[in-house]
Design a protein around this ligand. Sequence first.
Ligand SMILES: Nc1ncnc2c1ncn2[C@@H]1O[C@H](COP(=O)(O)OP(=O)(O)OP(=O)(O)O)[C@@H](O)[C@H]1O
Ligand SMILES: [Mg+2]
Length: 276
Amino acid sequence: MDGMTEFAPENFGSPAPPLLSVENVTLEYKTPGRVVRATQNVSFDVWEADRFILLGASGCGKSTLLKAVGGFIAPREGRIVLDGRTIQGPGPDRVVVFQEFDQLPPWKTVRENVAFPMRVSGRVGRKEAAERAEHYIEKVGLSRFADAYPNTLSGGMKQRVAIARALAMEPRVLLMDEPFAALDALTRRKMQEELLALWEEVRFTLLFVTHSIEEALVVGNRIALLSPHPGRMRAEINSHEWDLSSGGSSQFQAAANHIHRLLFEEAVAVDGADDE
Ligand SMILES: Nc1ncnc2c1ncn2[C@@H]1O[C@H](COP(=O)(O)OP(=O)(O)OP(=O)(O)O)[C@@H](O)[C@H]1O
Ligand SMILES: [Mg+2]
């Protein structure tokens, strides 16, 4: 922070507003004959440089929420506010990385794949796009493969390209929907660590969807637990409360058990309610 604004009277003593606010958001799909309610009155705030996790069972509406933040689905109720403005549709300030490895046009090299969305956005000139592409390809450790085509890369490498491509857009929020779920366990773990190392350097804001408790605890600093269908906010966990940074596996296990209990107890209650 520099300049005078930091000390302006109106800013003095007031906490920074959230970067992203999901306010009372209900999301629905209209299918022929019926309406599927995916989430109900979900609210959470994401601050700059948060690594915010949406965690919950399959079908609880995590991907749907991410799509809504991406601007691809409009809320039935509630609103989503980014930088003080209600989201009206997709924009270059939000970029999504998906689970699938086939997000990259196969006829473009790694370098072209990373530069392409910046050029399409019309906001980044050719020279800057090229520079940013080199920078972020280097950050994900793929400089040696800049001229390679996606089909010559492993799944983990393709996801690194997708991450470089997303970060090169320098979005306000990076949205990730189970980006490592299709990788083998070892590669997945490695990618989680690499993502954290990248975050240490770049300090982007992350909204990350997973149904793995372990992944949520490794990647996130704040975790929203969603109850099953339709997804509602069950609880919010701040990983600082668990002192996970000390590296103690017992603390990690305790946090995982705590989350498991919260998700599992809710699931039992809902299963019971369904047995009518
Ligand atoms: N295009 C669609 N049309 C109708 N219903 C849908 C559509 N996409 C998702 N749904 C329904 O909305 C609910 C939430 O789906 P969503 O994909 O958001 O869940 P999720 O938490 O991401 O699950 P998973 O962990 O399996 O990816 C589910 O009941 C699902 O069947
Ligand atoms: Mg999903």
